[in-house]
Unconditional design. Structure first.
Length: 197
């Protein structure tokens, strides 16, 4: 293959590179070693964090069950709880995304009474700083552009004194999950939310 063809070829996806790495780790003894050592007693400079030492002194990839150390019952229980949590938050999650990312509301527009009630009961009630957000009293909830991140829209509490402050719906959902599902919350949040707080 010419060098130009190699340079123009799209990069390999991560899973393909991972497979190549595992194949290199588990290749037969007869294949040439990619590293040369000065002494037989010398330890390799580094080893993959997901490898185990075989009896012949070479490293091989761990089996998936060794990576996770979960037995089938634990994994089934986790999947069941994960589905339960998703089903629990699905409605408010999709409503909030629709409010923020569709043309349902213009910037600066107040939420409808039904949407406002749902956002209050299912989101703002679980915000870790809800008292600070409401302040002197809440007048209504609106959608607008974030003052620092002008390309993103977020929910704002408009207070009775006319001031307004944003609140994170993801922070509300994370707090709700931690409150209702304490044993599974951190893993769920790590797997399903972009940022953690």
């Amino acid at each position: 293959m010419s060098t130009l063809a190699v340079l123009l070829r799209p990069p390999l996806p991560y899973h393909h590179l991972r497979r190549i790495h595992i194949q290199a780790l588990t290749s037969s003894q007869s294949s040439p070693s990619p590293r040369r050592y000065n002494s037989e007693a010398a330890e390799p400079l580094s080893r993959p964090s997901d490898a185990i030492l075989r009896a012949d002194g070479r490293y091989s990839a761990k089996a998936p069950q060794e990576l996770f150390k979960w037995d089938d019952a634990d994994l089934k229980e986790w999947r069941r709880k994960e589905a339960e949590i998703l089903q629990d938050i699905e409605g408010i999650w999709y409503l909030t995304k629709e409010i923020l990312h569709s043309d349902r509301y213009e910037c600066g527009e107040r939420l409808s009474a039904d949407d406002e009630k749902l956002v209050l009961e299912k989101l703002l009630a679980y915000h870790s700083h809800r008292e600070d957000k409401i302040g002197c009293g809440m007048d209504y909830i609106m959608v607008d552009r974030h003052p620092q991140f002008e390309r993103s829209r977020c929910l704002f509490v408009v207070r009775t004194d006319g001031s307004w402050i944003d609140f994170s719906y993801q922070k509300c959902l994370r707090s709700y999950i931690r409150d209702k599902y304490p044993s599974y919350a951190e893993r769920f949040i790590k797997e399903h939310f972009k940022r953690s707080s």
